[in-house]
Design a protein around this ligand. Structure first.
Ligand code: BT5
Length: 203
């Protein structure tokens, strides 16, 4: 993978979108890091892995990226649907998958030596560039894997399945048991398919 290293940039997502599949951008600091739905991604300079990877578009890209990130971050990391990596039940990493034609820009932020209140971090024992190498290898692996393998790996790391969750939709919300993920990656809650949105783990 061809990797561009930057000291500071508004968002690695915006640099990556002009690059070819197989490229990546990593920054020591982002001045306007973003999450989904216009939310902000925070990290003081030099405290996190902040990277965007240009991957071929695929329907399960977001789940494949989650599986890759969970594997790269360690055996005790779990996945909260759709895109959070949890450590000890708290958010360690976030993933933003933005589709541009036949490419998907996969942005991954992993907390290393700082985390906002209530979130998790890997700690100073994890070297950022070693983690980046692991992420590159895992992304290659999971983007090349068959859909069934990605879904099985996601289920194997899932923290959401089997829990009672609250689904938050733009104009609606409901609670129920998170039963499974469907073949297209949507979450099945009390028999309803949720394709996009946020979930809160209740119990
Ligand atoms: C995400 O969004 O979790 C996706 C985050 C993707 C960040 C990467 S960094 C490299 C690349 N370049 C970018 O500009 N973005 C990507 P979402 O599910 O919407 O979660 C956002 C929410 O997580 C915020 O509203 C906060 O509540 C919380 N948050 C912000 N910073 C955090 C952090 N460092 N650790 C844990 N939670 C955080």
């Amino acid at each position: 993978m061809k990797i561009v290293h930057l000291a500071s940039t508004p968002s690695t997502q915006d640099v990556a979108r002009d690059l070819d599949v197989g490229s990546a951008v990593i920054a020591d600091h982002q001045t306007a890091g973003r999450g989904r739905l216009g939310r902000a991604w925070e990290a003081p300079p030099g405290t996190a892995l902040l990277a965007s990877f240009v991957m071929p578009a695929s329907p399960l890209a977001s789940l494949a990226a989650g599986v890759a990130a969970a594997h790269a971050c360690g055996p005790s990391c779990r996945l909260k649907w759709p895109n959070d990596v949890l450590l000890g039940g708290a958010k360690l990493a976030g993933i933003l998958a933005e589709l541009h034609d036949d490419r998907v820009i996969v942005g991954i932020g992993v907390n290393l030596t700082w985390a906002p209140p209530g979130a998790a971090m890997l700690g100073a024992g994890t070297d950022r560039d070693t983690l980046l190498e692991r992420l590159v290898a895992e992304l290659r692996r999971w983007f090349a894997a068959a859909d069934a393998e990605v879904l099985a790996a996601w289920r194997g790391r899932a923290d959401t399945l089997g829990r009672t969750v609250r689904v938050e939709l733009p104009n609606d919300g409901f609670e129920g048991l998170a039963e499974d993920i469907a073949d297209d990656g949507s979450l099945i809650v009390a028999g309803r398919r949720v394709a996009a949105g946020d979930v809160i783990h209740l119990r």
